[in-house]
Design a protein around this ligand. Structure first.
Ligand SMILES: C[S@@+](CC[C@H](N)C(=O)[O-])C[C@H]1O[C@@H](n2cnc3c(N)ncnc32)[C@H](O)[C@@H]1O
Length: 145
């Protein structure tokens, strides 16, 4: 990845295990890049871990990638990030929670860094089991996509 500020780490937020875009980001990592993947769901994180052990593209980047099994709201970033990519289901969160996550993202971001986020269209409710997530929204969720 071309870092806007040198060799700071890349940060891939919320990495569902079978997502092709995760593979593409992993494939783009250069020798000095770092990748932190934050995923709340233990099962998805486990699938990712497997991929870093078994798939050639992932294996090549395994020494530069770390998987953090936690909510983004409790993730403690060690350093500023040049890139943050988020696939969080913001539409399932309360405005207050989205605001806290956005504040955290901008705190994590290096000066000149890039924050990207996306959500899928035409999918069912997303898994939201964070203790920070409001119960009114949790009632709309499931653990399957
Ligand atoms: C719609 S999926 C997108 C997954 C992935 N980023 C992708 O590219 O397909 C949303 C993901 O966000 C995760 N998630 C939900 N709430 C989260 C939170 N508070 N912190 C971290 N991950 C969370 C879910 O477990 C799920 O894997």
């Amino acid at each position: 990845m071309s870092a806007p500020n040198g060799d700071r780490p890349a940060f891939w937020k919320s990495a569902r295990a079978r997502e092709p875009s995760t593979r593409r980001i992993v494939a783009l990592l250069k020798a000095d890049d770092r990748l932190d993947l934050v995923e709340l769901n233990q099962a998805f994180a486990g699938r990712l871990e497997q991929r870093f052990q078994s798939e050639p593209t992932f294996k090549r980047a395994a020494d530069r990638a770390r998987i953090h099994v936690c909510g983004i709201e409790s993730f403690e970033a060690e350093r500023p990030y040049d890139f943050i990519v988020s696939g969080l289901p913001f539409n399932n969160f309360s405005p207050a929670f989205v605001g806290r996550v956005m504040d955290a993202f901008f705190n994590f971001l290096a000066p000149g860094g890039v924050l990207s986020f996306f959500e899928y269209m035409y999918v069912g409710p997303c898994a939201v089991s964070s203790p920070e997530a409001p119960s009114a929204h949790a009632s709309k969720t499931s653990t399957e996509f």
